[in-house]
Design a protein around this ligand. Structure first.
Ligand SMILES: [Zn+2]
Length: 386
């Protein structure tokens, strides 16, 4: 049995937005699964194969990027870049959820083709982890002509998400709503593009279209990259129970205003965080961390709450057994500290100051995949493998 112990944890972020901070200084991991969270004195340190001294720094669940546009492999045809997902692992991201493999050159737009792409990407990414990252790939793009049986087949073949509605030929609520019902009946989670048109070929989606289509997730409520009006955003927050996604490649002013509305309407448990890269904005390895620093630095949202939005909240929406540091969960973990020269004293106060924290270690299924990030600034205090 492979055992790993994380000890000397200074700040413990649980991932659970109901109780973001816990009194615990150690995590015991067996065969990639968290077995115990609590006090080091109650654990048998000598029995651990690997011990990591976290040097009094911050430990949180690995971040979950709720919005990525992969195709196949770790390559983006949109920006012609290799290893963009591996690079994001160095920004603390251990899981990414596809919002649709929309950038495939020559993407088929008939029912058989869109199904084939989704099934291929879902199966390929289930067996491929760029830099250790778990990718929920193969999010089907809704095209006209799909019927109920297609959703049964997609679910049976491992497709778990409907990519952003609006990217394919299904745009009107009349076309979308029945497909949303078929998808949900088959256990799939439905995303919907919200706001202005992203790239030529996609479409503008407003409040009425979202309400009538009834997706599970209001994708990029702050725009991808053009935002809907703040009045529309407030209605989506206050009048629905949908998950609300904020992304990096969106409108930053709107993101800050929405941060205030989320607190006002007590909707913190519904917020998830995405990158929405690659896109026209580019590949942004630290995109999720940058949204966290924006929310913690410029809105009433606390840094530990922002971290829970990018971990436990997303895991709940997508029914993933991770994103929370608790017994029985997959041991996907990020260790962070203040970056050198920050006015913050630790990862949380650095976030509150608007800085990107320093990622010092990333674990996936209890295995170290990053030991000092090559993308964030270096940490003040480094963890040590004993
Ligand atoms: Zn979009």
């Amino acid at each position: 049995m492979a055992t790993l112990l994380l000890k000397n944890i200074g700040t413990f972020v649980s991932g659970n937005i109901e109780k973001p901070l816990l009194e615990a200084d150690a995590i015991w991991i067996e065969d990639g699964v968290i077995k115990n969270v609590g006090a080091l004195k109650d654990m048998n340190e000598k029995a651990a194969e690997v011990v990591v001294d976290c040097a009094g720094t911050t430990v949180a669940p690995g971040l979950i990027d709720s919005h990525v546009h992969p195709v196949l492999g770790d390559f983006t045809p949109r920006q012609k870049q290799l290893d963009f997902m591996e690079s994001e692992v160095h920004g603390g991201v251990t899981t990414a959820v596809s919002a649709g493999e929309v950038h495939l050159p020559g993407r088929p737009k008939d029912p058989a083709g869109t199904k084939a792409l989704a099934v291929l990407a879902a199966k390929a990414f289930s067996a491929f982890r760029p830099g250790g990252m778990k990718v929920l790939g193969g999010s089907v793009i809704l095209e006209k002509g799909l019927v109920e049986k297609d959703f049964e087949e997609l679910a049976r073949e491992g497709v778990r998400v409907v990519g952003e509605i609006g990217l394919g030929s299904v745009k009107s609520p009349e076309d979308a709503a029945p497909m949303v019902k078929w998808a949900r009946k088959n256990g799939m989670v439905v995303m919907m593009h919200t706001g202005g048109t992203s790239i030529p070929g996609s479409s503008t989606v407003g409040l009425e279209q979202v309400l009538k289509s009834d997706p599970d997730i209001v994708s990029h409520i702050n725009g991808g990259p053009t935002a809907c009006s703040i009045e529309e955003a407030e209605k989506l927050i206050s009048q629905t129970t949908m998950a609300i996604e904020l992304v990096h490649c969106g409108n930053m002013k709107t993101a800050v205003e929405i941060g205030g509305l989320i607190v006002k309407h007590k909707a913190l448990h519904r917020v998830i965080i995405g990158n929405d890269a690659p896109s026209g904005t580019g590949v942004v390895p630290l995109g999720v961390l940058r949204v966290l620093s924006l929310l913690a630095g410029m809105t009433p949202i606390k840094p530990e709450q922002a971290l829970c939005m990018a971990t436990g909240n997303t895991a709940r929406v997508h029914k993933l057994n991770r994103g929370i540091l608790a017994e029985g969960k997959e041991a996907d973990i990020v260790v962070m500290d203040a970056p050198m020269g920050s006015v913050g004293k630790d990862a949380l106060s650095a976030l509150a100051a608007g800085d990107v924290p320093a990622v010092s270690m990333v674990l996936v299924d209890g295995k170290i995949v990053v030991n000092i990030s090559r993308n964030t600034p270096p940490p003040v205090r480094k963890p040590k493998v004993l």
